[in-house]
Design a protein around this ligand. Structure first.
Ligand code: HEM
Ligand code: HEM
Length: 232
């Protein structure tokens, strides 16, 4: 079966960076004591994740056909008929994101931004308690959507007997109609994207003071260790 290119390289690199950074931030938060120095990496990884999403959103405007946000299938009616179609056993395929994965992708990017922003606010001197619950809820909701997304990939693989996960590796899908494939991998943009995310992460580590456990970040100082200045 002929497989055609639908997802460019920047989109695929984003995908694996995004999932890797999220899993790392989440696992550190749930398994490491917040007093530990390792917990610092939770914040650094979380901020890098937020930066990667900003770049992905820019690529969502400038990118190739199926990377563009305008290509996402976000009409609620399409989502309902997508699920009805599954119940009826219909096997319609999408070249880009289907309605369920469009919504899942958008929700995950939104939860990543909310988690990053509330994390930033919690550590920038604003009352931590105000954002703590919000931060935890958005991170947990993020995990739920990510698990549903992976379950959806498994269901698709079984239903269509197609290794759909491969499309996020080599960018190709089967049964793509004429005109839906893209012409270029955009390797140069992918390199730039990867370079920017790595440079952002390295810059965070370089601006982090391990003694005071503070981070200089765009004009503010974030306190990334437990704040011991309280009387308690
Ligand atoms: C083994 C695990 C995974 C596989 C095989 C996989 C596979 C895929 C595939 C095939 C798509 C495109 C879906 C479509 O055709 O509509 C996709 C999109 C996406 N996945 Fe995953 N995924 C995995 C794990 C994750 C995890 C853990 C996350 C988040 C934490 C995630 C976040 C996303 C996002 C944000 C998109 C949209 C990408 C974009 O348009 O930039 N994935 N994934
Ligand atoms: C964007 C991805 C992020 C995810 C998925 C995430 C997830 C989490 C989770 C699951 C917790 C533990 C909540 C609990 O069960 O008690 C947590 C706590 C926390 N996170 Fe994040 N977070 C992210 C980003 C950030 C960022 C960017 C910062 C700061 C710059 C940050 C700062 C914190 C702090 C200060 C805590 C509380 C630690 C304590 O218990 O004192 N997070 N985060």
């Amino acid at each position: 079966m002929i497989r055609k290119l639908v997802f460019d390289l920047p989109t695929r690199i984003f995908h694996w960076l995004f999932s890797g950074l999220f899993i790392t931030a989440f696992l550190i938060a749930k398994t490491i004591d917040s007093d530990s120095l390792v917990y610092t990496y939770h914040m650094l990884v979380g901020l890098t994740l937020g930066f990667a999403v900003v770049l992905r959103l820019i690529w969502g405007v400038l990118g190739t056909k199926h990377a563009r946000l305008s290509d996402f299938s976000l009409n609620p009616r399409d989502l309902i008929s997508y699920f009805i179609g599954i119940l009826r056993g219909e096997k319609r395929k999408w070249a880009g994101h289907n309605p369920a994965s469009s919504w899942a992708a958008l929700c995950m990017m939104a939860f990543a931004m909310i988690s990053s922003l509330t994390g930033y606010l919690m550590t920038s001197g604003t009352a931590k308690e105000n954002f703590e619950d919000f931060h935890e809820i958005s991170a947990n909701a993020f995990m739920v959507v990510a698990l549903v997304h992976v379950a959806g990939i498994v269901v698709h693989t079984v239903r269509y007997r197609e290794w759909i996960g491969l499309s996020m590796v080599d960018g190709k899908k089967a049964d793509v109609s004429a005109g839906e494939e893209i012409g270029s991998q955009r390797g140069g943009v992918a390199l730039l994207f990867l370079g920017l995310v790595i440079a952002f992460g390295i810059n965070l580590v370089r601006n982090y003071d391990f003694q005071s456990r503070t981070l200089k970040f765009v004009g503010t100082v974030l306190t990334l260790g437990e704040n011991k200045t309280h009387d308690d």
